[in-house]
Write a protein that binds this ligand. Structure first.
Ligand SMILES: Nc1ncnc2c1ncn2[C@@H]1O[C@H](COP(=O)(O)OP(=O)(O)OP(=O)(O)O)[C@@H](O)[C@H]1O
Length: 211
């Protein structure tokens, strides 16, 4: 039987990246994916420079690190994306994605344009999916009805959204573009794309269990 480590290396599940403007429905789609395929999909653990809160476990809730260490890793290109909130740095590292792959799971990432550019430079070979709104008007309505945005933030999000859609439509930037008009239709398109990958992971797991 073919049971060497090469099989494991070749079979590392490819990460699954969702990108699209704020309010387009990425979290909604990811939640549905997690409910249906929770045994195969996993989020990566983020790094943070903030102190752990009571009960938080390093490597489970976050990878807790220092500002200098995180800045060094960021400048070494070890992070797919990072951002500063309330003076603390948060980010997704390549290592965190690899940890999910090593568990034989598909790492699901919801990242912005910069993150997409960055992950493309790695050897993670992700599936890149762009979620597009049916129209700017509908995107605006969703953001308003979600009730999470101030007037100013709404304007900012919508102007960035136009640039993000342009980026999403550039040939070669994504493997698939899904228009989230009807959520059930969008999810079934996403699922159809994901299923081939899930079947491969299941097949590989069965093979590994036989080793
Ligand atoms: N196809 C759809 N039709 C109508 N409403 C939708 C659809 N998909 C998502 N929504 C709603 O639109 C709002 C925004 O969705 P969601 O929060 O999933 O967006 P997001 O892309 O994850 O945004 P962010 O990047 O800001 O986190 C939510 O209130 C959600 O219920």
């Amino acid at each position: 039987m073919f049971c060497d480590t090469q099989l494991k290396v070749n079979a590392l599940p490819r990460p699954f990246v969702l990108c699209g403007p704020s309010g387009v429905g990425k979290s909604t789609l990811i939640k549905k994916m997690m409910v249906e395929f929770g045994d195969i999909l996993e989020f990566s653990v983020s790094h943070t420079t903030r102190a752990p809160r009571t009960g938080e476990v390093d490597g489970i809730d976050y990878f807790f690190t220092t500002k200098s260490e995180m800045e060094r890793s960021i400048s070494n290109g070890e992070f797919i994306e990072h951002a500063v909130f309330s003076g603390n740095i948060y980010g997704t590292s390549k290592m965190a994605v690899e940890k999910v792959q090593e568990l034989g799971k598909i790492c699901v990432l919801d990242i912005e344009r910069q993150g997409v550019m960055q992950i493309k430079k790695t050897d993670l070979n992700p599936h890149l999916i762009f979620i597009k709104p049916p129209s700017m008007e509908e995107l605006k309505n969703r953001l308003i009805s979600r009730g999470t945005e101030t007037e100013e933030l709404l304007k900012k999000r919508l102007s960035v959204a136009e640039e993000e859609i342009d980026f999403g439509e550039i040939p070669g930037n994504f493997h698939k573009i899904i228009v989230n008009d009807d959520i059930h239709k969008a999810y079934s398109e996403l699922k159809e794309y994901l299923l081939t990958q899930i079947q491969d992971v299941r097949k590989n797991r069965a093979q590994m269990n036989g080793c």
